[in-house]
Ligand binder design. Structure first.
Ligand SMILES: *[C@@H]1O[C@H](CO)[C@@H](O)[C@H](O)[C@H]1NC(C)=O
Ligand SMILES: *[C@@H]1O[C@H](CO)[C@@H](O)[C@H](O)[C@H]1NC(C)=O
Ligand SMILES: *[C@@H]1O[C@H](CO)[C@@H](O)[C@H](O)[C@H]1NC(C)=O
Length: 418
């Protein structure tokens, strides 16, 4: 959950377009559970894309709970005095933790959420997962909740039957991939992912996840696997790109079998700042995608002024050279703390949301908002609440065409914002 570097990239080179990424010719319209019309894209022949742009949300706080975002849910589990799964499970004991977490996994996201996503014209979900879902990989000195796999399959069935494209990703890696973050499942400064043993556990987890996708019909709409969320930035782990990424790529390709509808394999793009993920991939690599996380609030190069935020959203190229397609898989409408009170600035928030969407659809292959749902009494990290507050409209096509969020008007750049 940290902003990516600002970059002025030249237009991305034409991608090596792969069949898996093309909009499906074979989708069909079906009537969903609540009488809503949804597009059912299942096809045994290819992993489709629902439309030319991804418009999605993250299911954060489902398999990895972030206390800052979902404090009530965390409290219900019984761990308000802990910061992460690791210490929560150690405190509760394995058995009680399993029962508490399983209650959470079975209730946090339901059919109603997917009905609502359908009604808001969303077409994709990104599902963050911790490596501990493959229980054989957890060491005897590690503490994580058990039994998640069934709930992942249930969620994938709900998403698939609602016609959503699904991205699964290793959000929390063995040994912890970055310091002091709740999203890793273990808030610690002892960052141990970057060694042979944990790279191997990471590869084994991706193999496990890919086999789960290949062998279960509930996962029929999974089109993409992200290999690693937000690793520590900088140049101190060169073997991340030379060793872990190529091994992760090859392991997923091998585990999915020899099939024409290949999964897309996603890497944090070069702009993230932990190296060029393409550099050591096997020659002729295919069906690869890239993630950008764009939080303007953490980018000190963007002036904290409304006009500057809108201008940046409308013009900031999210796709680095050679990294097509790039998806903006995390972003929000929360500026720096204590800036632009939401109730007093609704018009601005509507325009800022629209401006980011317009930018991400122009300079990337689409987006996934962080997050779908939260316990916060604030809609700026919460798509569902922002839609209820009418900050986010259901007609996204109309919004991108008619909101005027990125029109410059006569001579002034986004001039009506102070
Ligand atoms: C998978 O599930 C879908 C939806 O229920 C169904 O139409 C399809 O036939 C199933 N495919 C297989 C291979 O079981
Ligand atoms: C994979 O499938 C293709 C097309 O069906 C076939 O030509 C090729 O020999 C297969 N490769 C392997 C390793 O099975
Ligand atoms: C389309 O967008 C415009 C500008 O935001 C808005 O005024 C209008 O009500 C929208 N129309 C529909 C049908 O949603």
């Amino acid at each position: 959950m940290r902003g990516s570097l600002t970059l002025i990239a030249s237009l991305a080179a034409l991608s090596s377009v792969t069949q898996a990424w093309l909009p499906s010719q074979v989708s069909r319209t079906v009537t969903g559970r609540r009488g809503l019309t949804v597009v059912e894209p299942y096809s045994p022949a290819r992993r489709w894309m629902l439309s030319s742009k991804i418009r999605g949300v993250n299911l954060g706080c489902l398999f990895i709970i972030e206390k800052w975002l979902c404090p009530d849910e965390w409290n219900t589990i019984g761990c308000s005095d802990q910061n992460d799964e690791f210490n929560c499970v150690a405190k509760l004991g394995q058995e009680q933790a399993n029962s508490k977490f399983q209650n959470h996994w079975g209730s946090w996201i339901t059919e109603d959420d997917f009905d609502k996503m359908n009604s808001l014209n969303l077409n994709a979900v990104r599902i963050p997962i911790g490596f501990w879902m493959d229980e054989g990989l957890v060491g005897s000195d590690e503490h994580y909740p058990q039994g998640g796999e069934k709930y992942l399959l249930d969620i994938c069935e709900m998403a698939s039957s609602h016609g959503m494209y699904i991205m699964l990703e290793m959000h929390a890696a063995p040994g912890v991939q970055t310091s002091d973050q709740q999203f890793t499942g273990h808030v610690t400064t002892d960052v141990e992912f970057f060694n042979d043993n944990n790279y191997q556990r990471g590869v084994d987890f991706l193999t496990y996840l890919t086999k789960l996708v290949a062998n279960n019909n509930q996962t029929r709409n999974v089109g993409m696997i992200g290999v690693l969320n937000e690793p520590e930035r900088g140049n101190s782990h060169p073997d991340l790109t030379s060793d872990f990424y190529p091994k992760a790529y090859s392991a997923i390709r091998e585990a999915e079998g020899n099939r024409s509808d290949k999964l897309h394999i996603a890497f944090m793009g070069t702009n993230w700042g932990s190296g060029d993920p393409k550099q050591y991939l096997p020659p002729g690599y295919e069906s690869v995608a890239f993630e950008s996380h764009r939080y303007q609030r953490w980018d000190s190069s963007v002036q904290v002024k409304k006009a500057a935020y809108i201008n940046d959203a409308c013009t900031n190229d999210q796709t680095a050279d050679g990294e097509t397609p790039t998806l903006v898989t995390e972003w929000c409408i929360e500026p720096p703390d204590n800036v632009w009170d939401p109730d007093a600035n609704e018009e601005f928030y509507k325009k800022w949301f629209a401006a980011q969407v317009i930018g991400f659809e122009k300079y990337a292959a689409g987006w996934m908002f962080w997050n779908w749902k939260s316990d916060l009494d604030d809609w700026r990290w919460d798509y569902s609440k922002a839609a209820d507050a009418l900050i986010i409209p259901s007609d996204l096509d109309n919004m991108t065409t008619n909101s005027g969020a990125c029109s410059t008007g006569s001579g002034s750049t986004y001039g009506h914002w102070p």
